[in-house]
Design a protein around this ligand. Structure first.
Ligand SMILES: CC(C)(COP(=O)(O)OP(=O)(O)OC[C@H]1O[C@@H](n2cnc3c(N)ncnc32)[C@H](O)[C@@H]1OP(=O)(O)O)[C@@H](O)C(=O)NCCC(=O)NCCS
Length: 189
């Protein structure tokens, strides 16, 4: 388990599924991740099973759970995928599901923890992401941690009847160290 200041990042367990299902079909949430199509329990189970049994090297991804460090409450998912070993790079993604838990600092902390893991455990050099160009909360979160804006893939997502751009952002290992000089992940609380 990896402990940040507010969150603990640990393995996702099948028992987290009920909590995920409470919010996963809230289409206001899901439209931030892509086309908002409702998922059945079975679909989510199958999707999750594949992701939580993935080997970072063989399957090129790692999906972990974000929990509150104090209470242990499950908050959401964080992942690195498209891990390209020869290039030491990967794509980052995060979702906190219950709207009551947004803008409380969890996302920033969990992003820092996962980037630390990417750079210091997986040996990555570069981590990138994309986010809807109007997802201001996510952009603010990523910039706080040190991600830089690379550019916009224009009119590339079809959401709610119109095309939206995706903002691409990235961060290099030394930029992460510079932007978060005192941040250290702990292996116990
Ligand atoms: C994106 C996400 C992970 C961020 O996590 P979070 O816990 O909500 O974020 P934090 O509280 O750590 O930081 C949010 C920052 O955005 C700011 N913010 C919130 N709403 C904002 C808005 N509409 N415009 C600009 N800034 C905003 C907050 O004030 C805070 O900045 P501050 O610390 O300078 O005050 C989370 O909101 C989430 O999962 N959202 C739903 C799914 C999603 O969008 N995932 C990302 C897809 S790329």
């Amino acid at each position: 388990m990896y402990y940040g200041d507010l969150t603990c990042i640990r393995a996702v367990e099948p028992s987290n599924l009920d909590e995920v299902l409470k919010y996963w079909n809230d289409l206001n949430f899901r439209r931030l991740l892509g086309p908002p199509i409702p998922w059945s329990r079975r679909y989510l189970e199958t999707w999750l099973e594949k992701r939580i049994t993935a080997d970072p090297w063989k399957d090129k991804m790692i999906e972990l759970a974000i929990t509150d460090k104090q209470s242990g409450k499950f908050l959401g998912f964080v992942h690195l995928e498209d891990i390209k070993r020869p290039h030491s790079r990967a794509e980052f993604g995060i979702s906190i599901h219950n709207p009551d838990n947004l803008s409380k600092g969890y996302g920033t902390d969990a992003t820092r923890v996962m980037l630390w893991v990417g750079f210091n455990i997986l040996g990555l050099n570069s981590i990138y992401l994309d986010t809807m160009e109007d997802n201001e909360r996510s952009i603010r979160t990523y910039e706080k941690v040190g991600f830089q804006r690379v550019g916009i893939l224009r009119e590339t997502e079809f959401i709610d009847g119109s095309f939206k751009g995706l903002l691409v952002m990235d961060i290099l290992r030394d930029e992460f160290e510079k932007a978060n000089p005192t941040f250290r992940v702990k292996m116990k609380p």
